[in-house]
Design a protein around this ligand. Structure first.
Ligand code: ZN
Length: 252
């Protein structure tokens, strides 16, 4: 990516738990967005901004969205407070080529549900049990640097059935100590935009401090940035090609 300009990354976090709950503050004192921004800012090919729910337009103005290559989304208890106008703006940006990485409880965010077109439900349990994430697509760039599997020692369980459309590419499947499994790393193309859902990240556990989790997120940002470089036109609109390459003409 040396000759390209840096990837413009925007991290949206609703930033509610961290200001209400001491347990969450202890793990993410400056907010989950700042923890994620911290390791992404160490990447020489990335420029990172953050956005939070309480800011005007949730920090996702037209200018910010238009100048974002990849957006990360973390939300949990305040999905309903995200303005529909902002969701429409982010959705249009994805169709136009912006990458979107939905983290953990963002499975229920307005933007993820809109992109999927399904209810996006799942089953869950908080028991601080072990999770083992298996790589099921070892040549996928998002799995780069990960071995056959990695483990999160204590996590919240998310289990199947996960109500999503079949992923275009499945990168990770999780197994949990309790016995459930889950499609925890899923990729889709939506218009020109590339979308990745990554399951880990409960707010009371130090999951975003774990090197393997950080590695996956860094890989996913680079992967998602590639989507917007497609040059095919006519994806976001329906242009009338009045003359074909072989000279066939539109009847007026
Ligand atoms: Zn959670």
């Amino acid at each position: 990516m040396n000759e390209r300009s840096p990837i413009q990354v925007t991290i949206y976090n609703e930033f509610v738990h961290e200001r209400k709950d001491e347990k969450v503050q202890a793990v993410y004192p400056d907010g989950i967005h700042e923890t994620i921004a911290g390791f992404l800012r160490q990447q020489p090919d990335m420029q990172v901004r953050t956005a939070t729910l309480d800011q005007p337009q949730h920090g996702l103005s037209e200018e910010v969205v238009a100048s974002t290559d990849v957006m990360l989304w973390w939300g949990h208890m305040a999905h309903g407070q995200v303005e529909d106008e902002v969701v429409e703006r982010v959705h249009a940006a994805v169709l136009g080529g912006m990458g979107l990485i939905a983290l953990h409880s963002a499975h229920y965010s307005k933007i993820f549900k809109k992109l999927m077109g399904t209810a996006c439900g799942l089953v869950w349990r908080e028991a601080n049990e072990k999770e083992r994430l298996w790589v099921v697509n070892p040549s996928h760039p998002i799995a780069d640097g990960i071995d056959r599997y990695f483990e999160i020692p204590q996590t919240e369980m998310y289990g199947e059935y996960f109500d999503i459309p079949d992923p275009d590419e499945l990168v990770f499947i999780s197994w949990f100590q309790g016995g459930e499994v889950f499609r925890s790393g899923c990729a889709w193309r939506r218009g020109k935009g590339w979308v990745f859902y990554f399951r880990p990240g409960h707010e009371t556990l130090p999951i975003y401090h774990q090197p393997e989790v950080q590695r996956v997120i860094i890989n996913a940002v680079r992967w998602a940035a590639a989507g917007g470089r497609a040059t095919v036109t006519g994806i976001e609109s329906a242009p009338n090609v009045r003359i074909s390459p072989e000279g066939v003409r539109q009847i007026d």
